[in-house]
Structure formats: C-alpha cells, structure tokens
Write a protein that binds this ligand. Structure first.
Ligand SMILES: *Cc1c(COP(=O)(O)O)cnc(C)c1O
Length: 351
C-alpha cells in the first residue's frame, strides 16, 4: 500500500549515494572516489535538482559534494567533547538546564561540514525512550529537552511521539525542541499528521538549518508554513561556511528568505574544528566584520547571534563586534553604525 504520507520514505530510499548518479565528469568522479570511500555521500533527489551543476560556486553543491580537502585537515574528532558529557546512550548534558538526545544516527543529507562527522565512521547508538527517562531521572534542573541526531525526523511519528512523551515525563521539563534539517533536506516529511502530533507537545520549538537562500525552495516554504500553521515557533541555525555564505550579502539574503518564511535566524555558528570539515573555516576576524555589517545595515529580524561553541563546559559564547570601544568616567564610548565613536553617557561610575 502506498499513501501520500509514504512519499518521504520513498525520497529517503531514492537518496543519491553514488557519484555515478550525478552530472559530473569521469575525471571528477575518479578524483572523489577516495573521499567517498572514507566519508560517504548522500543527498535527497530534490536537492540534486536545486543544484546549479554548471556553477562551480553553487553553495548547495559545496555543502553536499565531497571534496579532496576532507582528507587533508587537522581537525579533531569530537570538538565539543560530547562523548565526555554523555549521561546515557545518545544523551548529552553540557548545560545544567538542557538535555540533548541524539535520537537517530544518520541523515538523508550528509553535510560535508557536519560537526559529528566522526559518527559517519563509527555510528553511535541513538537514544531511546528509556535512555531519555533514565537520564532525566538522574538529573535535576532540566527545563528543556532537545531531540537531535542525525535527523530526528527520519523516525516515524509514533516513535517521535514516544520520545517526546519520555522527554516530558519528568516534572520540571517545560519546553521541548526538535533540531532538524528536514525542512531543507526532506520537506515532504513535514506533513499535517506530523504537526498534529507535535502540536500535542506544545510548547515545542522547532530549530532548523538553512545556510543560504538558495535552499529555500517552494517545498521548503510549504513545509515551514505547515509547521507555523500549527503554532510551532521555528528558528534557524546556520553555520558560517567558506565559499557558501561568507559574505554580508549572502547572510542578508538568507535572513530575508527565512524571515519571509516566518523563521527567526537564531544562531550563526563559527565552524567547529571537526575532522574533515576545516576547509570551510572562515577567519574569526572576517566573521566579525561580516556580522557587524549585517547588524549595521539590516533589519534586526534577520540578524542571528554569532556564536562559537567551545569544548566541554566552555559552552556557547556570543562573538560580538566591538561596539564598546572604551569605558570612561562619564560612560562608554560606543562605535556607531556609521563607524564614528560616540560617548553614551550614563550616571553610573564605570571607572
Ligand atoms: C547546543 C547545545 C544545546 C542547546 O544550546 P542553546 O544555546 O540553548 O541553543 C544543548 N545541549 C547541548 C549538549 C548542546 O550542544
């Protein structure tokens, strides 16, 4: 029996995993073979159609097509120390009030910049309902539980429902979150039946991952509209990637595409130095310039917080352009949007 809701599963089955199924020269295919042998390739068919194969700088292509650079870098396997902060299989606690559960081990899209690329080589055991319940029973102060992966939406509605129930099983947990790239990678997964189930777990926040406006296809817009029509707030996390979105213009276009789809840009991450991804690194100074120009010249709605995720309990810290130039006994010298410094006077003593 095939029903409409099965179509996302059909899409997953039809994911492209061989360079033979892409419009590449045989020379390119030969060159990529050793990379694919180490770090597999996977992309859903609709994404292959969004790629401009004639454009060597197509930002979607850069996120999904393997590159020889992946074999030559000095990143580290687990840049956020997640293994050390694992409290149950697939459950990570780096922050007192939030618990992260990795509920599926893989994704329909294998992003070349994935910061859990280590798990492509050694898959982890995903967290189940028991693991989440056990982790919650051992920890107090948890206010939010985040389901991530891998792609959590590769699970059935029924499995997701049980995991969300387990996450809510402990009094004190107020908010649930799903971190998923499905609105971009597998928009057909966002069905009315899925959001009806998610709605029963309100308050639930949905955090997705678009890196450029080119990813915002008509199907993605429809998927986001379905989520929003159920009253589910949707945020976006992007990663600052060299050759993909490392300009003020690219981030402004991304921000506008998101805000037009009702999605608030939440974080822009400085790249974690994970093995096989460091060729995407943008120098921190350049990142700060890009974000500073974004803040000065664009609607606040489309400006995300620029973040670095530090190992272990270093946590997530905001990287902010230097607005405060100097403290004086009258207040602070601030740098204005026009680049000129002004005294912001206040009556408190700072010196
Ligand atoms: C990133 C992360 C979170 C969520 O952090 P926010 O800053 O609240 O979005 C929670 N737990 C872990 C382990 C994380 O890495």
């Amino acid at each position: 029996m095939t029903s409409k809701s099965d179509s996302w599963r059909a899409q997953v089955r039809r994911c492209i995993v061989s360079s033979d199924d892409l419009p590449l020269s045989s020379r390119t295919k030969r060159a990529l073979a050793p990379v694919i042998e180490k770090y597999p390739m996977r992309l859903p068919p609709h994404l292959a159609q969004l790629i401009d194969w004639n454009d060597p700088r197509c930002p979607i292509k850069r996120q999904v097509l393997p590159s020889l650079n992946e074999l030559h870098d000095a990143g580290c396997a687990d840049p956020l120390d997640e293994e050390r902060f694992s409290v149950a299989p697939g459950v990570i606690r780096r922050f007192d009030d939030r618990l992260l559960a990795l509920v599926h081990h893989t994704c329909p899209i294998l992003c070349r910049h994935c910061n859990r690329k280590r798990t492509w080589l050694a898959p982890f055991v995903p967290a189940g309902t028991q693991d989440i319940a056990k982790a919650l029973s051992k920890s107090s102060h948890i206010k939010e539980v985040i389901l991530s992966g891998g792609e959590p939406l590769l699970l059935s509605n029924k499995s997701l429902d049980s995991l969300l129930c387990a996450a809510r099983s402990k009094p004190g947990v107020q908010v649930l979150r799903i971190h998923s790239r499905a609105p971009m990678s597998l928009p057909s997964r966002i069905t009315p039946a899925l959001v009806r189930m998610l709605k029963r777990h309100d308050p639930l926040w949905f955090v997705t991952h678009f890196n450029t406006h080119k990813e915002m296809s008509a199907q993605s817009r429809r998927a986001l509209a379905i989520l929003r029509s159920a009253g589910i707030p949707v945020l976006n996390q992007a990663v600052l990637l060299r050759g993909v979105n490392d300009s003020t213009r690219a981030l402004a276009a991304l921000g506008r595409a998101l805000v037009s789809a009702g999605v608030k840009p939440y974080y822009l991450f400085q790249l974690d130095m994970a093995t096989g991804t460091t060729h995407f690194q943008v120098p921190l100074r350049r990142g700060l310039e890009i974000v500073s120009r974004l803040q000065r010249n664009h609607s606040g709605l489309l400006v995300p917080r620029y973040m670095a995720d530090l190992p272990g309990r270093g946590g997530k810290v905001e990287l902010s352009p230097e607005i405060i130039v100097k403290w004086t006994d009258k207040g602070a010298i601030l740098r204005g949007a026009d680049g000129k410094d002004l005294l912001y006077e206040d009556k408190f003593k700072h010196k």
